[in-house]
Write a protein that binds this ligand. Structure first.
Ligand code: FES
Ligand code: FES
Length: 155
């Protein structure tokens, strides 16, 4: 049994400590917005925040996360897609197939918490998530639009 603090709630999960955090999030906790892509920390589809840091949850075991650490998944950003990054994503119609987009958004939110006015170079160096549909230009535009928001949830 492991104890996780996820989206503001303490949850117990009955898994081996070596289980990838991604499996616990999806299979035990039913939070399926976080996606499985490569499984080897390359694509970013499984990105969540741990204490505000964008983290690839396929490459971290449940046992490596303490109950005191705050995990946030895409479901924890807002109850109604009202987070400024989600609003920018919707306004600019960023997703194509959508599979990578939860991870993209989580990476973008983490970037904006560190850098309120990122350049293309900043975005390219910090957002290393892979999108097979090639939405990178719209991702950049949406991050810049969200950066203009005064919503304090950005950082
Ligand atoms: S599924 Fe975790 S980085 Fe690809
Ligand atoms: S929108 Fe299809 S993989 Fe990114």
């Amino acid at each position: 049994m492991a104890r996780l603090t996820i989206n503001g709630t303490v949850r117990d999960v009955d898994v081996h400590p070596d289980t990838p955090l991604l499996w616990a999030i999806r299979e035990q906790l039913g939070l399926t917005g976080t996606k499985y892509g490569c499984g080897v920390a390359q694509c970013g589809a499984c990105t969540v925040h741990i204490d505000g840091v964008a983290t690839r949850s396929c490459a971290l075991t449940v046992g490596a996360v303490s109950a005191e650490q705050k995990i946030v998944t895409i479901e924890g950003l807002s109850a109604d897609n009202s987070h400024p990054v989600q609003k920018a994503w919707l306004a600019l119609d960023v997703p194509q197939c959508g599979y990578c987009q939860s991870g993209m958004i989580m990476a973008a939110v983490a970037l904006l918490q560190q850098n309120r006015d990122p350049s293309d170079t900043d975005i390219d160096s910090e957002i290393t998530n892979i999108c097979r549909c090639g939405t990178y230009n719209r991702v950049r535009a949406a991050i810049k639009q969200a950066a203009k928001s005064r919503d304090t949830r950005q950082g």
